[in-house]
Design a protein around this ligand. Structure first.
Ligand code: SF4
Length: 56
């Protein structure tokens, strides 16, 4: 299964990931996204405009 990771220092806080995939992402206390799971069983369906999300 694809692994997903957020490089939080690169997060531009746009909200795309949290709004599109709330099953995978949430905001932390500083308003940056973080992944709430390590692996996903499908495609994310979008790309982070700041390049902060890594899927491998
Ligand atoms: S899509 Fe990228 S820049 Fe936008 S909130 Fe998510 S990780 Fe941050």
């Amino acid at each position: 299964m694809p692994k997903v990771k957020v490089v939080s220092e690169n997060c531009g806080q746009c909200g795309l990931c949290v709004g599109t995939r709330p099953d995978v992402f949430e905001f932390d206390d500083e308003g940056r996204a973080r992944a709430i799971k390590d692996e996903i069983d499908d495609e994310l369906g979008f790309e982070c405009p700041f390049g902060a999300i890594e899927v491998e």
